[in-house]
Design a binder for this molecule. Sequence first.
Ligand SMILES: Cc1ncc(COP(=O)(O)O)c(C=O)c1O
Length: 435
Amino acid sequence: MQALKQAIDDARSRYASLNPQSQTAARDAERYMPGGNTRAVLHYDPFPLTMTAGQGAELTDLDGHRYVDFVGEFSAGLFGHSDENIKEAVIDALGKGIVMGSPTAYERELARLLCERFDSIDQLRFCNSGTEANLLALVAARSITGRDKILVFDESYHGGVLKFPSGGNALNVPFDFVLADYNDAKGTAEVFEQCGTELAAVIVEPILGAGGNIAADQDFLEMLREMATKHDALLIFDEIKTARLGTAGIQGMMGIEPDLTTLGKFIAGGLPTGAFGGRSEIMAQFNPKLGGTLGHAGTFNNNVLSMAAGCAAMGKIYTPQCAVDFFDRSEAFRQSLNELFATKAVPMHANGMGSMIAIHFSSTPTTKPADISAGCRSLRPLLHMEMLLQGVLVCGRGDMFLSLPMNETHFAKGRLALESFIDRHRPLIELVLQD
Ligand SMILES: Cc1ncc(COP(=O)(O)O)c(C=O)c1O
């Protein structure tokens, strides 16, 4: 639509004129990295901001603008940019030796903290990223069951080689994936009936993150638990983002125990890591003392900086009580956005749960990826640009991930930016959604 294109072009040209140094940096980066980019989600037009510093819940860019950081490193930034406990833990670990090539107390302690937090995790192993955790959970499931097929959900995201926007992605690992629709309990149960005996695993995000922060219905997850058990397939909960919600993620909230859980993002305080774990008889396959068939390796699985930061993050800061308080505070903010949209009578909704939010252009909550309209998708770049122009950093697709150092001033700034976006563009929003 021409009016929308014009509005986006106008916002982009205001943005470009305010950010000459980021523009030059983006151009320079193109010399050695395709598109100047090494992480797809960080690209947006006309060029992404280069950040130079972070403090608490705020970031400063190369041109000296300050932003409230609602990107929150796509949920890994739970602790913000300068938590003293995490800094201290990393500096202390640095002083004691960085590459010890041996077990250390750090991974022992972090494993204990995580196993004690999640009832379904008797034992776990660490790796380097969420993608790796999911790959390991899936190859383990294939090896343990002797089956090949993996049930996944359309629009789900389990890592750079495990993403299913509109079904698939050229970079995906060549596994035998079977696709079903998220939150479609009936259709998914039928898939189980058709090929359940060939399924090694079903992997699911309890909140579809990149797909729009769409929460799973309890009935849907319970059906997955029942059907996976019935067909001897492993149920894998990818709680890489959702583990931050409440004391023990969605599994804790809903009282559903998966066979395996994957973790990552925030559990090492913002440093790289991943973990997968579950029932001890499954994890025993990885036990080298038992001659376990699954000899899981990885130079940096227990890297001391991540493990030390994780001990501070999960032991000192994100205690179960802190997680509960943060959930309540975040949920109140999310509700306040929905109150704003209702007062303004604008078709927008803050989807998600607690500190995982996605702004959708719809007057009702989005419960399935298919409910996201083309109009909603086409308005996202405008929302993104207009928020940046007001010093509020949100993800290109409209996600907001809250962090612990955020306070009422940050929340108010986020709300105010949304309000002025609505005041400026309401007729256009209505026009695009009618189209
Ligand atoms: C639900 C989910 N699973 C897996 C991943 C992959 O994690 P990583 O980027 O650490 O590989 C992500 C990352 O965004 C995620 O959101």
